[in-house]
Design a protein around this ligand. Structure first.
Ligand SMILES: *Cc1c(COP(=O)(O)O)cnc(C)c1O
Length: 227
């Protein structure tokens, strides 16, 4: 794990790309090992698992939520979450704003855009994203900062297809950047790339990658039954 991390971190640093270490299904001991090596940004996709780990680890960790978030669970993470990468509806955005307001925080979020052709992947369509950014409702939300976009490519060996999907998201990101900039919209982060496709994602303009298995090894799918 240590060697993988060092090598990947060096490759990303050379390209000025930020790393989220995706620790889902891995124990707090593995996170502690990476913390000692200087990694401070971790991603989880389930609220319950995130809460459990947050309670056992230093409060200085920067946690990102990268999985689908139900509105009724926002309140549990609102006090501490650094970045919610998976905002996929106006309803969820409103709830995040309300809970962030209660905590006196401005919550940073990314909009997850649907770019893959699998129905199981969450995310909003480009036109929905565009209309939220334009909306008066967003302009009234004082506790939200939209920092960019996140996307997951189709899970396929077809690199050309993956590349096309990332290229499309980068193009959309650039077009939004030209059009939107305000107190609550600062589009700087383009989160694309996981273990299987991060090099392609970086070539296509990603500046934040979410890596799990290439760092921690295979996921332990029984983990959530144990905790
Ligand atoms: C699990 C997950 C990752 C990391 O996946 P790996 O293939 O292990 O790198 C990245 N992004 C999201 C949204 C995930 O759920």
């Amino acid at each position: 794990m240590k060697e993988n991390y060092k090598e990947i971190k060096k490759w990303l640093d050379e390209r000025k790309v930020k790393l989220v270490a995706v620790s889902k299904t891995h124990p707090v001991e593995s996170i502690e090992m990476l913390l000692k090596m200087g990694q401070n940004v971790f991603g989880e996709n389930k609220v319950q698992e995130l809460l459990m780990k947050n309670s056992q680890l230093p409060y200085t960790i920067e946690w990102h939520l990268i999985g689908h978030l139900q509105s009724n669970k926002v309140k549990f993470i609102a006090p501490f979450i650094s970045l919610i990468q998976s905002v996929d509806s106006m309803k969820l955005l409103k709830e995040i704003n309300a809970q962030a307001s209660k905590c006196n925080r401005v919550q940073s979020v990314l909009f997850q855009i649907s770019i893959a052709d699998e129905e199981t992947k969450f995310g909003m369509e480009e036109d929905v994203c565009f209309s939220i950014l334009e909306s008066k409702e967003l302009a009234l939300m004082k506790n939200i900062r939209i920092e960019g976009l996140m996307g997951m490519a189709t899970n396929t060996e077809n690199h050309k297809k993956v590349r096309t999907e990332f290229k499309g998201l980068k193009k959309f990101f650039d077009s939004l950047k030209k059009k939107f900039s305000s107190e609550s919209i600062r589009l700087e982060t383009l989160s694309m790339g996981m273990s299987s496709d991060y090099k392609i994602a970086v070539e296509e303009g990603s500046n934040l990658v979410r890596l799990g298995s290439v760092i921690f090894g295979e996921r332990n799918y029984e983990y959530n039954m144990i905790i």
